[in-house]
Design a protein around this ligand. Structure first.
Ligand code: ZN
Ligand code: ZN
Length: 390
């Protein structure tokens, strides 16, 4: 490794790899990260960092102060694994049946621990650093649990930063996007009520299956006719449930699905139009419909100034040519958006290597690339030194 900015992390690389593989071998699902959060807390304590356990159930916050400045920065990693049976056979494969670190959160945690160790030793900053290790990123609300548990009231942050590995993006490359980056997500249930009848005597009932079929079709007009064409959104009906017999028109039918969008306004507009279309279409058939529309993730939006700042840190580490400044929008959602909705900051992607066709996250053969560890740790450390200069 010839990069002078990474030289200080070469000595820590072996240790980060050891932590990463230990966490990989002992994966834990969201809000069950007992061993992982204890490993994190005890390592932070061993670096002389003040530790707060049990924030948002299994979340951990480390506090490192230096100098007299009131400024503060938050750095966040996620700790949870996924309910996937690991296909890998290497020595650090999962010891837990049906649970696996298939999203690289083992790597994210190890990189932030590496940065904490370095900063506790070098103390090249003036202010407070909050190391935030969150539980349950994979769709069950770990970030929200920490925020509701008073994360930013107890550990005020002027700005927060997080990162996610990206398979297929070369090692030593970063991607930073200003403004919206990842979609917000909502789930919906539409209950259609009709009147049951004999399948051979439809005139004596109100068929909720027919109404539900028309609703499913009509909902596809929302993205094409109600969302401005330059905005991006998707609406998918993913479940239709009704009836139990060949010769019975059922009393009710249910439609379920998901919506993704990049602004809260678009998301709310889709929710309103969905309810109106469902009621209106059902009413046209003499049936009725009730819509339950639930936003589950806000869109992830990076602050323009903090994105500029994060990109500057990356450029310093790997050269501007290795920092992609306008990566495409990502339709998937990310829990860090809850924290970014409270405090300005930026979420970036870090290359996990292997080029085109690399094993994607959430695949049973995925493994975080340990060669990315020094890049991630160096990013966090340099960010703190620049954000909280002495
Ligand atoms: Zn994931
Ligand atoms: Zn992930």
């Amino acid at each position: 490794m010839n990069n002078p900015h990474l030289a200080p992390f070469v000595q820590d690389e072996a240790q980060m790899r050891e932590w990463r593989r230990d966490i990989h071998a002992h994966p834990e699902l969201g809000f069950q990260e007992q061993r992982t959060s204890e490993l994190v807390a005890s390592r932070l304590e061993s670096f002389g960092i003040e530790v707060h356990r049990g924030i948002g159930k299994t979340g951990v916050v480390g506090v490192l102060k230096n100098g007299t400045s009131e400024r503060s920065v938050g750095l966040r990693a996620d700790m949870d694994a996924l309910p996937i049976q690991e296909a890998n056979r290497f020595p650090h494969r999962s010891r837990h049946e049906g649970v696996m670190h298939a999203c690289g959160h083992d790597g994210h945690t190890a990189m932030l621990l590496g940065a904490a160790k370095h900063l506790a030793r070098s103390r090249g900053f003036d202010g407070s650093v909050h190391f935030i290790f969150q539980p349950a990123e994979e769709g069950i609300g770990g970030a929200r649990a920490m925020v509701e548990d008073g994360l930013f009231r107890r550990f005020a942050c002027d700005a927060i930063f997080g990162m996610h590995n990206r398979p297929g993006m070369a090692l030593g490359r970063f991607a930073v996007r200003s403004g919206p980056m990842m979609a917000g997500g909502a789930f919906f249930d539409i209950d259609v009520a009709g009147r049951g009848a004999h399948g051979a005597r439809p005139e004596s009932g109100i068929d909720p299956v027919l109404a539900a079929a028309h609703i499913a079709t009509a909902l596809q007009s929302i993205v094409s006719r109600n969302v401005r064409p330059v905005e991006t959104a998707v609406l998918s009906v993913t479940q239709i449930h009704a009836g139990d017999a060949y010769n019975v028109i059922p009393q009710s039918a249910r439609l379920c699905g998901t919506v993704r969008a990049f602004s809260t306004e678009v998301m709310e507009m889709i929710g309103r139009n969905m309810a109106r279309i469902a009621e209106g279409v059902a009413g046209g058939f003499g049936a009725s419909a009730k819509t339950d529309f639930r936003a589950v993730f806000p869109p992830l939006v990076n602050d323009a100034n903090e994105a500029e700042f994060a990109a500057g840190v990356c450029s310093e580490l790997v050269g501007a040519g290795n920092v992609r400044r306008d990566p495409p929008l990502i339709m998937a959602s990310e829990d860090f958006s809850y924290m970014l909705a409270e405090v300005p900051g930026c979420y970036i992607n870090i290359g996990n290597g292997d080029g085109e066709g690399a094993c994607e996250v959430h695949n049973p053969s995925y493994d975080f690339n340990d060669a990315a560890l020094p890049y991630g740790a160096a990013f966090f450390v340099r960010l703190v030194e620049k954000k909280l200069p002495r």
